[in-house]
Write a protein that binds this ligand. Sequence first.
Ligand code: ATP
Length: 134
Amino acid sequence: MKTIKVSVVTPDGPVYESDVEMVSTKAQTGELGILPGHIPMVAPLQIGAVRMKIANKTEIVAVSGGFLEVRPDQVTILAQAAETSDEINLERALRAKERAEQRLRERQQEHVDFRRAELALQRAINRISVAQGK
Ligand code: ATP
């Protein structure tokens, strides 16, 4: 089986590196599936899950936006934050979700930064679903 090298890198350092059969994720233009030999491209990513298929397993990394660079033998994901499913602290993500929802409920009040709260909520929901293997 042909493989492609994947690395997920954040400002704190590398989070994930492996040779995989397929990478799938959500770019801002829609769902992307990358196989070895893919044409070179660069795409902005949404807050979401990156799925790596290796043999019969799927490994999932939660990514908080960023960029994806594809070369025929290598996929590089540069993200502000990223965690593998076993690195995610589920309790922390549930608390972050609560806080963000509370802020959104107070959105009538001017001091609430609506967009910021919405992004925090998306990051929390993404971490919760990746930690739960979804
Ligand atoms: P919180 O409000 O809990 O800090 P956040 O979405 O604001 O969440 P980020 O700014 O995206 O957090 O990330 C800050 C750092 O904390 C990053 O290194 C990220 O990987 C890590 N991180 C955030 N949430 C979690 C979590 N639930 N489990 C493990 N690491 C996390």
